[in-house]
Design a protein around this ligand. Sequence first.
Ligand SMILES: C[S@@+](CC[C@H](N)C(=O)[O-])C[C@H]1O[C@@H](n2cnc3c(N)ncnc32)[C@H](O)[C@@H]1O
Length: 262
Amino acid sequence: MPKYNDINPAEWKSYDDITTDSLWIIEKRDNSGAHNGDYHGNFVPQIPHQLFSRYTKRHDWILDPFMGSGTSLIEAQRMERNSIGIDLQENVVGDVAARIATEPANGCVATAHTGDSRTADIGQLLAAQGIEKVQFVIFHPPYWDIIHFSEDNNDLSNTATLDDFLASFGEVIDNTTQYLEKNRYCACVIGDKYADSQVIPLGFHCMNVFLERGFLLKAILVKNFGETKGKGNQQGIWRYRALTHDFYIFKHEYIFVFKKVK
Ligand SMILES: C[S@@+](CC[C@H](N)C(=O)[O-])C[C@H]1O[C@@H](n2cnc3c(N)ncnc32)[C@H](O)[C@@H]1O
């Protein structure tokens, strides 16, 4: 089987930093270098770091269609991987380009683009880099409407219903994974939400959108979830509400890993 990472089986005992367990407890965000946690709704750099270690090689190309503050592009560059990011918000894209420029280039390309990932001409973005395929796609979509990222109607966080959200997410999957090399991997980071007195299992709904398209499910990883900026100072009230009602406070999110086999 062709190699999809740089792990040397003969040195398997030396990879203490690479996790192989399905439960990811990450206590502290990596805030080194250009990484910072300022963007509301970002993920910790350790998520792309672990995924890129397991599923990509040096100089591979990584696509992030929900780039946000560019956490995965920064991490890719640090790990000597090339990356292409797309986000709907022009101002966010400008910030990413400026922050990446503060990191050593490491002989890599990291390009940030403004666009709607459902319809963006990704073939053209790849052609501009002289490539036809990418070797990994990392998806970190809005968790439906939990955080409204913009006023833009094309923003997945502004979709009116769960079905609309999943349909739009499916369009992003189709528009991006057509450029994912066969037998390589993609991952989706997503949490659940609570509405109308019940859990909306967004994670499993999104997982199904991949399964319907014939991707192989390789992992369901559960990652702990720290205090968000929004809820940070409301711990007491949420504890009171949970204790006196019938729900639990979300403390985890999912990372689903898929293999493209057709
Ligand atoms: C959960 S955030 C991603 C955060 C990112 N992983 C980080 O660490 O900063 C989701 C992003 O998706 C973007 N977005 C929403 N709908 C989009 C669409 N149709 N096309 C491209 N980006 C979109 C939002 O602007 C937001 O920045």
